[in-house]
Design a binder for this molecule. Structure first.
Ligand code: SD4
Length: 349
């Protein structure tokens, strides 16, 4: 007999799937990586970022240094939607969020930071040099300048300028779209969490998790948030426990997608807690996404959230609400992009 809880779960997923069509729920066995070190990161930009992390990991360096160095590569790339090359908020300013966490629960983050090229390094300084966890806005910028970070010009990248001009034609502000296939004609929709640039699908965020040769875990996350967001909007990425969480004894998780939904369920912390009680990384990611689906019901058709996770055994996994999410993995024997399983094989918007 189906119990009430299972029935409610089934009907929430059922009603969403009626709207979205095919449901893809196949579980894969946990991807167990042979030996340490390892690094995983979100989306295809993760392939390049992992190489940066590997320079640290392959020399026996700490996971925390690897995850900082890795995502700096993505922040550097002015063609990517992470960092100062990204889409601006609806007032035309690029505002950045980032967080970092090590194996000892040390963590630091910055939010609503402007004109600083490497928010992840400022987050690391918050962690290393202040008694605080999070600095925001002008205070974060002041701290960055005091720490010697140059104040960059307030100028949009050519791609962002183009997308912003396009967006201004309607200035439509509503719920974000989901990630869609590369063939789609635009991610620069309203409050978009990802966009198409020069035929390449880019994303606003990179999240990275690493295990070093000592078996220690760390994570980082850096983002421009969501293009054309309200001024002052902060997503999940700089919020420890939402966008990122690391517990060396239980595992580590980082998220991407619509941050509001991740914050609501304390997403990354919830995934790590599920791993603590025995769930595989993929199963833990999937369970927390199920909560979001239950909360959002039919509205899930308009939103993407994905998690990647690693446990202390070196098993890695991921899950997404909609198809199209990929993560990059690098180990001593493997370097590839993996298609994450998802609840829905959604039609591109
Ligand atoms: C946010 N989670 O600010 C980020 C956006 C993101 O690909 O992941 N975009 O909500």
């Amino acid at each position: 007999m189906i119990n009430r809880r299972k029935f409610i779960q089934a009907s929430a997923l059922g009603s969403a799937s009626m709207i979205l069509g095919k449901v893809a729920t196949a579980n894969t066995p946990p991807l167990t990586v042979k030996g340490k070190p390892l690094v995983i990161s979100t989306w295809d930009a993760g392939l390049e970022a992992n190489k940066g992390a590997w320079e640290v990991l392959s020399k026996g360096g700490r996971a925390i240094d690897a995850v900082e160095k890795g995502v700096m590569i993505t922040e550097d790339s002015m063609n990517c939607c992470v960092g100062l090359g990204a889409n601006p908020d609806r007032d035309g300013y690029v505002t950045l969020d980032a967080s970092i966490m090590d194996e000892h629960f040390n963590c630091g983050s910055v939010a609503f930071l402007e004109r600083i090229k490497h928010p992840i390094c400022v987050a690391r300084r918050v962690m290393d040099k202040t008694p605080h966890v999070m600095l925001v806005g002008q205070g974060a910028q002041q701290f960055a300048i005091a720490e010697g970070f140059p104040l960059e010009e307030q100028k949009l990248s050519p791609n962002a300028e183009k997308s912003y001009r396009e967006w201004l034609k309607t200035s439509d502000y509503k719920s974000p779209g989901i990630n869609v296939e590369k063939t789609q004609g635009g991610g620069h929709g309203p409050f978009a969490p990802a966009r198409l640039q020069n035929g390449e699908w880019n994303h606003d965020t990179i999240g990275m998790l690493a295990m070093d040769t000592h078996g220690n875990l760390s994570g980082s996350c850096t983002t421009s948030g969501a293009g054309f967001k309200m001024r002052g909007r902060v997503g999940d990425s700089p919020i420890i426990g939402a966008g990122l969480f690391v517990d060396n004894e239980a595992g580590a998780c980082v998220s991407t997608g619509l941050g509001e939904e991740v914050i609501r369920v304390a997403g990354s912390h919830s995934v790590v807690e599920m791993m603590r009680y025995g769930a595989s990384p993929e199963a833990a990611c999937k369970k927390v996404l199920e909560r979001i689906i239950r909360i959002k019901k039919d509205k899930v058709k308009d939103l993407q959230v994905a998690f990647i996770a690693v446990n202390p055994k070196g098993q890695v996994g991921a899950f997404a609400i909609h198809s199209g999410f990929q993560y990059a993995i690098k180990t001593t024997t493997m370097e590839k992009l993996v298609n994450a399983n998802s609840f829905f094989k959604s039609k591109p918007q």
